[in-house]
Design a protein around this ligand. Structure first.
Ligand code: SF4
Length: 119
């Protein structure tokens, strides 16, 4: 489950900072929205799934209930000490450590049907 930062108070002395934090998901390397304009974690090389051995294993999709498969949240692997080990949704705003991925996964894709044996 993904979770946004929900701390802070409306009486915070730096409302701009608090606003940036509120748009940020636990597990992100830095405040969302501090990366290049109109980019998301889905387009960043640090976002995705790894095996327990630390090898990249691609992306997960789940049935969206409307006949398509939707991209699931994944972890940000940018190395930050004590960063929350939480999965970040693909549409989270990119952060200052964003690095462009040249083959970002599709947000939705068609469901792949299993082929049945004809005979
Ligand atoms: S933009 Fe990249 S480095 Fe920043 S939180 Fe998202 S996945 Fe991590």
């Amino acid at each position: 489950m993904t979770k946004k930062f929900d701390g802070g108070s409306d009486h915070h002395t730096m409302p701009e900072t608090l606003e940036a934090a509120r748009g940020t998901y636990l597990g992100q390397a830095h405040f969302a929205g501090t990366g290049p304009e109109n980019t998301t974690c889905r387009q960043c090389v640090h976002w995705g799934n790894k095996t327990q051995a630390g090898e990249w294993r691609g992306f997960d999709y789940a049935d969206d209930g409307m006949g398509m498969m939707a991209l699931e949240p994944a972890k940000c692997h940018y190395p930050i000490m004590n960063k929350a080990a939480r999965r970040v949704p693909p549409q989270a705003g990119s952060c200052a450590f964003y690095s462009e991925r040249f083959d970002p996964p599709d947000l939705v894709r068609k469901r792949r049907r299993k082929k049945r044996n004809a005979e």
